[in-house]
Design a protein around this ligand. Structure first.
Ligand SMILES: Cc1cc2nc3c(=O)[nH]c(=O)nc-3n(C[C@H](O)[C@H](O)[C@H](O)COP(=O)(O)OP(=O)(O)OC[C@H]3O[C@@H](n4cnc5c(N)ncnc54)[C@H](O)[C@@H]3O)c2cc1C
Length: 455
């Protein structure tokens, strides 16, 4: 039986980046992945959805090019070709990770593994009947979609009427209509693509707003844009059952039904902690998520948990950073995980990108703050490139310390601009210091600088 310096359960962003960083530091690493290296992010999440959304963006430009003096005829989305291209990108990225692992001499086992016990200096994991020992274990088993107890859900999942993110990103024939249960990030991104592809899309959301904790002013503008493009919204509506070809929901106590060709269930995700042997070594969980400290340590010595499995911020970039913090701690390097400056993006058309406090969360916490909103139309680049756009930049500023505590953007390039705001928040830059930074002109990012002068 071989003993490793580090065993990793799960080969998603948290698992494979931890393997890479640990192997670079000469640790002898073995990684178990039961499905596909790259995890949800590469195979059925971040990357595939962005490939689809980029095709939608190209289609929208081509189909509505007359606004920019460009006309094209016969513009259409060839969904099959979109999926083929998506599969090619996923394959290339997954094989790239495989090559990195090989180069770094990380052992990959493409089977599930279960934790079975521990002694004073050793944790044991079993996969396919073989025992593996290690002094350090990283649990990076990710998350799975939440399945609410709605009558008809399990039958629909079995017969293919209801889809999760996994199946919808592999559909090779477009449905005529699609009901999306859940108006969070995944539901909105899928609505944006399928609506552009000509599918009749309806989002049913239990809350009175879309996009979960996103600043309300931003989510309102996003909803208006999607609605203008053809997406229907049923807010404050609760799905009560799913039939053979319909979804029944309740609105203000009254029941209604919608006929549909397919249903996407996207009401959120939960950490995957079942049947991986946590109880064999006594790892604490809270509401299904592994409890970690700011070094990503669990309560068990030598055992760490990074990524969606700890439920703190279920995003790939958080998973990456948490995996680095875990490995650094294993190596005795000082490093701490902070969650105050984690950007989040919705890659719809238009894009949304946010970081830090929203106006609502700042109010709820009783912070002494000021909110400033400016139109993206202040940017010459935005005016030149987005005909009739209604994007905004909203800044939340701490009144006492005069520093940024939140930035919220809706409009083009938002996803690429937000990292600048992440630096400002992470390094606690004061407003006067940011004002001295030279932003390139003409760029949409200049709206952040403009907004600072409105404070
Ligand atoms: C449709 C969709 C779009 C998304 N888009 C974005 C986005 O644009 N940006 C973003 O930041 N995030 C996005 N996310 C979230 C992102 O995918 C996750 O935050 C990220 O994948 C988490 O990484 P992870 O390594 O923790 O877990 P995962 O990626 O879930 O990987 C965990 C891996 O562990 C494996 N595993 C589980 N148990 C075992 C076991 N016992 N033995 C061996 N292997 C095991 C699983 O098979 C899986 O491959 C999206 C998610 C979805 C569903």
């Amino acid at each position: 039986m071989e003993k490793f310096d580090l065993i990793i359960l799960g080969g998603g962003p948290a698992g494979y980046l931890a393997a890479e960083r640990a192997a670079q530091a000469d640790m002898n690493v073995i990684l178990f992945e039961k499905r596909a290296i790259g995890g949800v992010c590469l195979n059925e999440g971040c990357i595939p959805s962005k490939a689809l959304l980029n095709s939608a963006k190209i289609y929208e430009y081509a189909a509505h090019g007359e606004k920019y003096g460009v006309t094209a005829t016969g513009v259409a989305i060839n969904h099959k070709a979109v999926i083929t291209r998506k599969n090619k990108i996923v394959k290339q990225l997954v094989s790239g990770i495989g090559m990195t692992m090989k180069k770094l001499k990380v052992t990959i086992v493409d089977k599930p593994a279960v934790i079975t016990g521990k002694s004073a200096d050793c944790i044991t994991v079993v996969s396919d009947g073989i025992e593996y020992k290690t002094s350090k274990l990283l649990i990076a088993t990710g998350s799975v979609p939440i399945m609410p107890p709605i009558p008809g859900l399990s039958e629909g999942l079995k017969n293919g009427f209801i889809l999760t993110n996994r199946e919808i990103l592999d559909l090779d024939v477009l449905p005529e209509s699609l009901v999306i249960i859940g108006g969070g990030v995944i539901g909105l991104e899928m609505a944006s693509y399928f609506n552009s592809a000509g599918v009749k899309v309806t989002i049913i959301e239990m809350l009175n707003k879309i996009a979960g904790p996103t600043d309300a002013e931003i989510s309102d503008i996003l909803q208006k844009n999607l609605k203008k493009n053809g997406v229907d919204f049923k807010l404050s509506c609760k799905v009560t059952s799913i039939g053979k070809d319909s979804v029944t929901y309740e609105e203000n106590g009254a029941s209604s039904s919608l006929q549909t060709s397919k249903v996407l269930i996207s009401i959120g995700r939960k950490p995957f902690t079942e049947n991986i042997g946590l109880e064999s070594i006594g790892v604490y969980t809270e509401r299904g998520a592994i409890v970690t400290d700011d070094n990503m340590r669990t309560n068990v010595t030598g055992v760490y948990a990074a990524g969606d499995v700890n439920g703190k911020s279920m995003l790939a970039h958080t998973a990456y950073r948490e995996s680095e913090v875990s490995v650094n701690h294993m190596l005795g390097k000082r490093d701490i995980m902070r969650y105050n400056a984690v950007p989040s993006v919705i890659y719809t058309n238009p894009e949304v990108a946010c970081i830090g406090e929203t106006e609502e969360s700042a109010k709820e916490k009783g912070l002494n703050f000021k909110a400033v909103t400016v139109s993206m139309r202040m940017s010459g680049r935005y005016m030149a490139e987005v005909e009739g756009g209604n994007g905004i930049a909203k800044l939340i500023v701490d009144e006492k310390y005069k520093r940024l505590i939140g930035v919220h953007l809706i409009g083009s390039y938002a996803s690429e601009i937000i990292y600048g705001a992440a630096i400002m928040l992470e390094t606690e830059m004061r407003i006067d210091d940011i004002k001295e930074v030279i932003f390139p002109h003409p760029t949409v990012s200049e709206v952040i600088r403009e907004a600072l002068f409105e404070i």
